[in-house]
Write a protein that binds this ligand. Structure first.
Ligand code: DGP
Length: 114
């Protein structure tokens, strides 16, 4: 855990969040600024800065993607479709430097993203 990391503190239970699912290695909770009717963040409990660091950890990559798809199913998004996205670096829109996958659904998605 990194003491000054917001998502580490959410994973540790120090900062409250609307948790929808969790497991040994990850936590899923609702985004505080939802961009869709369903907007859940899936984060690893260990501090990893971004998906750029997954190059050396395919187990964690797989576990988090599996978690994202479990969340999508339990949130009822399977039929209508959903989006899993992760921003890497400030220029790509990453504002919290702890790896997170956004799971978005409940509305039609546009492409390309802004
Ligand atoms: P990104 O911009 O890709 O780094 O996404 C970070 C997301 O985290 C953003 O959609 C808003 C969300 N967020 C920021 N602070 C909090 C918080 O304290 N609680 C929750 N639940 N979500 C947060």
């Amino acid at each position: 855990m990194t003491a000054d990391c917001l998502f580490c503190r959410i994973a540790a239970g120090e900062i409250p969040a609307d948790i929808v699912a969790e497991d040994e290695g990850w936590v899923a909770f609702r985004d505080i600024q939802p961009q869709a009717p369903v907007h859940v963040l899936v984060i690893p409990r260990v501090h990893v800065e971004s998906a750029a660091d997954l190059e050396t950890d395919s187990d964690l990559a797989g576990e988090l993607l599996r978690a994202a798809s479990v969340v999508a199913r339990t949130e009822g998004l399977e039929q209508d479709g959903f989006r899993i996205v992760t921003n890497v670096g400030e220029r790509a829109g990453q504002s919290v430097m702890h790896l997170h996958f956004h799971v978005l659904g409940g509305r039609r998605m546009r492409w390309p993203p802004g």
